[in-house]
Write a protein that binds this ligand. Structure first.
Ligand SMILES: [Zn+2]
Length: 292
């Protein structure tokens, strides 16, 4: 955090330096926007092919073929979900940081969930968000963030003077992946990554820039819906923080299950194609690779 009493005095032109207008780091005007009308037009008549109930303070894995939709729905009470996504062969994972750089701190319809380097391609596209009405509140908070990482037992251990808690989202996701892919816990843990915080309401405090959370506005029936842009393995944890209105990394908060449903459309959306790996040639300037 920035010091309340800086050691170094402000220069004479401090105000002028601060007054410079910000520039968007990654203008996304050049990125092809998904045709949400066409994607949503593929939903009528779809078939439910899988339904996974995620118990409170646990996680479950699910698979989604390319061109299928999946929905995460609040079913019994306000509840936050921590989502991991991988390509089905586990070679690619969701890249929360780059997704944030491209689409902003909080996601909604039309945003993509991008994969890690070197593929950097859409793993999934958000096609519907029943909380899109929320926008940003007076605190600068909003839902579905890519700014948090996931609650985890290591940070909890640091902040609780050695506490051992085993149902943080990080551990839940680790156990779920280990079970789904029949791999040892330590191997599964290495695949767990920064999440999309589904339904979580978060932001940064205006005075200190600290990450904050507040009770999620989600209610039973609310959902976030995606189209899989390649064959996916997903894992969703029902966070031990419940609606994340008070605390996490404990069994104190009321928690509820979440529902994941997978739908096969009658036909792929018009104009939709499975995503392709990034076009960078990977020479990194060595060996006379093309491009400048
Ligand atoms: Zn959590």
């Amino acid at each position: 955090m920035k010091p309340n009493h800086p050691l170094h005095p402000a220069p004479a032109d401090a105000a002028a330096r601060r007054a410079l207008a910000p520039v968007i780091c990654y203008p996304v005007g050049g990125l092809p926007r998904p045709d949400l009308t066409a994607l949503r037009a593929a939903r009528p008549g779809w078939t439910l092919t899988d339904s996974v109930r995620v118990p409170p303070r646990e996680a479950r894995c699910f698979t989604v073929p390319a061109g299928h939709f999946f929905r995460i729905t609040s079913i019994e009470g306000p509840q936050v979900g921590d989502l991991n996504l991988w390509s089905a062969d586990l070679s690619e994972r969701f890249y929360s940081g780059k997704t944030r750089a491209l689409h902003g701190t909080h996601l909604s319809s039309g945003d993509r969930l991008w994969s890690s380097f070197p593929t950097l391609r859409p793993l999934a596209t958000i096609t519907d968000d029943s909380l899109d009405w929320y926008g940003f509140d007076e605190f600068g908070g909003s839902v579905h963030d890519v700014i948090g990482t996931r609650c985890d037992p290591y940070t909890h251990n640091l902040l609780s003077d050695g506490g051992q808690y085993h149902h943080c989202c990080h551990s839940n996701l680790t156990r779920a992946l280990a079970l789904a892919r029949n791999m040892p816990l330590d191997q599964a843990e290495a695949h767990v990554h920064d999440v999309l915080n589904v339904f979580m309401c978060t932001g940064f405090t205006r005075d200190t820039g600290q990450y904050f959370m507040k009770a999620s506005p989600v209610r039973p029936g609310d959902y976030l819906e995606f189209l899989a842009d390649t064959d996916l393995l997903g894992a969703l944890s029902a966070c031990p923080g419940g609606d994340c209105g008070c605390e996490h990394s404990s069994d104190a908060a009321p928690c509820h299950p979440l529902l994941v449903e997978v739908f096969r459309p009658l036909a792929p959306p018009a104009g939709w194609q499975a995503s392709r790996p990034n076009g960078y040639n990977r020479s990194h300037g060595k060996g006379g690779g093309a491009g400048g």
